[in-house]
Unconditional design. Structure first.
Length: 175
């Protein structure tokens, strides 16, 4: 018969071995997760860059041709305050929500489908996020950016609606 201390020692050894195995697995998963995050980041940046280039090309297609002698003198432009590309292009005639990054497009579509103005805390669960303060504030920042760029309106502080542009009502999801 095995004594109680010997049985406890055997179980402790087995548990320690299992913990070590799981730690090794966790380390391997952490490495794979970091690689996947790096891949995701590169793809997001690539997509945003492509969307910006496409948005600029669509502006160039719409803008009338300018003679070389009609080009105004280049003006000094302010230095950008951020690094990277503009993920949310300013709204303009003919531009559809499909050019926006996924989460921004989802937000615009949710607001467009709503019967009235929505608050950030109402939008967060609809885009699949947990309704925590951090997620609500992050979404509020995205909503403010969409207002700044002309996609949404904020007639009442904290309440967002689809921006109304002459003749485009109902065409948010058009392709």
């Amino acid at each position: 018969m095995v004594s109680l201390p010997e049985e406890l020692q055997a179980r402790e050894t087995a548990a320690r071995q299992r913990v070590e195995e799981l730690q090794a697995e966790a380390a391997e998963v952490a490495v794979r997760l970091e690689r996947a995050r790096a891949d995701l980041s590169r793809l997001e940046i690539t997509r945003e860059t492509v969307m910006e280039v496409l948005a600029e090309l669509s502006v160039a297609d719409v803008a009338p041709a300018v003679e070389a002698h009609d080009v105004p003198e280049p003006r000094e432009t302010p230095a950008p305050h951020g690094i990277g590309v503009m993920a949310v292009p300013p709204w303009r005639e003919g531009l559809v929500a499909g050019v926006l990054p996924d989460v921004y497009r989802d937000i615009v579509e949710i607001v467009a489908d709503a019967r009235g103005a929505l608050q950030a805390k109402q939008i967060v669960p609809r885009i699949g996020l947990e309704a925590t303060t951090a997620k609500i504030e992050g979404t509020r920042g995205k909503l403010k950016r969409l207002v700044e760029r002309g996609w949404l309106d904020e007639d009442t502080p904290g309440r967002f609606t689809l921006a109304r542009h002459d003749g485009d009502a109902g065409h948010v999801n058009s392709r």
